[in-house]
Every structure is written in structure tokens, then in C-alpha cells.
Design a protein around this ligand. Structure first.
Ligand SMILES: *Cc1c(COP(=O)(O)O)cnc(C)c1O
Length: 218
């Protein structure tokens, strides 16, 4: 699909596009960049740091993959938004590395909403325990700006819709309980190539689109 067609489709909604460029070459990223796309997502630290080195510095890089604590230091100097925070331990390490770089790093709490165990994320109790922890209260270099989730990979649209509704409900409950006055807490990152239309209907503010834009990955 062409970038502009997708942007036109998003225009009536409150949803932004994150172009997930994992496994795709720099030339393809540059091509979209030259058409005005600035937000890109990657799921591997090494690949992300290589691309950051080689590509224009005003690209906003989103990290969307499983994050090992020992690799956070490599992306801390430049990452725009870490979407896949799934443990308090990860948040602690992000805070530490952000402090060393004298910055505040924006993060999303990833929730486990899918059936598959391979998809990671907090459940409700874990997330609230993290937010109520003393460790979190002392973190001055992370800012939680919303939630992220991945739905089950299935043709059952009703099921996908229920999972997105669950994530939106988690967002609303967190907002009310922990971020009532914080305008920056406003992101619901949900929707990929196969399910982004449903995600938009359910209140997504960020869709993460890979293969629809870049073609299939091998
Ligand atoms: C790969 C990936 C995407 C994009 O997937 P597509 O189905 O190719 O659009 C979105 N989010 C995450 C977390 C991913 O790993």
C-alpha cells in the first residue's frame, strides 16, 4: 500500500502512523522519510542502532520489541519512545540509562491482551504494582505516556475487538487512577497490518504498520 493512501485513511481519526521497518533496508525507510514519514519502529537493538547511525537524525525511533536490560544502554541516547516496557526491572534500567544521558525517556506499558503466551506484557495487577512501587516513585528519567498491546493473530474479528477494548479499558483505568492531570498520558498503541481498522475504531492513537507498507518480511 502507498503511504499516502494509508495516511488519508487515518486522517479522520486521532491515530498516528508508526512505520515498522524491521528487517527492511535503509533505502525503503529513506523513501518514506522523503515523503514526510518521521516515526519508525524497530524490534531489535542492534538493527535499530545501525539504522540510527546511518539515517537522518530527525527520525523518531520507536522501540517495539522484547527489551533485554543489558541492551538498553545502546538505545538510551536517542530512542524516541520505548513501547514495550513489560517489567519493572526494564523501567528501572531505562531510568538509569536515561539519567546517564541526561534525558527523560518516554515509555508505554505493554499489556498482555492476546491468547498467545509468546506475546509478552503486564497484566493489570503487575502494572499497578509497578506504578505503586517505591522504585517507580523515585524515577525521574522515565515518563509513562500510555499503553501498548498486540491482539491475538486470528481471523476472529470479534475476539480481536474484545482484546483492543480490554487494552483501552486498562488505559482508561490507569488514567483515572494514576495520571488524571497528566496530559501526556494519552497514547493507546494498538493495531498492526492485519487488525488496524478495528484498532482505530476502538480508540487507537498509534498504529504500528510493517508489512502493509514495506511488503512481507521473510
Ligand atoms: C512487527 C511488528 C509490527 C508490525 O507488524 P505488521 O503485521 O507487519 O504490520 C507491529 N508491532 C510490533 C510489536 C511488531 O513486532
Amino acid at each position: 500500500m502507498k503511504l499516502q493512501e494509508l495516511l488519508d485513511e487515518l486522517a479522520p481519526s486521532n491515530t498516528r502512523l508508526i512505520a515498522v521497518s524491521k528487517k527492511k533496508p535503509n533505502e525503503m525507510i529513506l523513501d518514506f522519510y522523503e515523503q514526510g514519514q518521521l516515526d519508525f519502529g524497530e524490534n531489535r537493538v542492534q538493527e535499530l542502532t545501525d539504522k540510527y547511525e546511518d539515517l537522518p537524525k530527525d527520525i523518531r525511533w520507536h522501540f517495539v520489541g522484547n527489551l533485554q536490560t543489558n541492551k538498553i544502554k545502546y538505545i538510551a541516547p536517542f530512542v524516541h519512545l520505548i513501547q514495550s516496557v513489560d517489567r519493572l526491572k526494564v523501567l528501572k534500567e531505562i531510568n538509569k540509562r536515561a539519567r546517564q544521558n541526561e534525558r527523560v525517556i518516554d515509555c508505554l506499558l505493554q499489556f498482555h491482551i492476546a491468547e498467545e503466551d509468546t506475546k509478552s506484557g503486564f497484566d493489570w495487577e503487575e502494572a499497578t504494582a509497578a506504578l505503586e512501587s517505591e522504585a517507580y516513585a523515585n524515577m525521574e528519567h522515565v515518563r509513562i505516556v500510555g499503553v501498548m498491546g498486540m491482539a491475538t493473530f486470528t481471523d476472529d474479528h470479534a475476539k480481536v475487538r474484545r482484546e483492543f477494548q480490554q487494552l483501552k479499558q486498562y488505559f482508561d483505568r490507569l488514567k483515572a487512577a494514576y495520571f488524571p492531570e497528566q496530559e501526556y498520558f494519552r497514547e493507546v498503541s494498538m493495531g498492526m497490518t492485519g487488525d488496524y481498522k478495528i484498532a482505530i475504531e476502538e480508540g487507537s492513537t498509534m498504529i504500528r504498520i510493517g508489512s502493509l507498507l514495506f511488503g512481507p518480511r521473510d
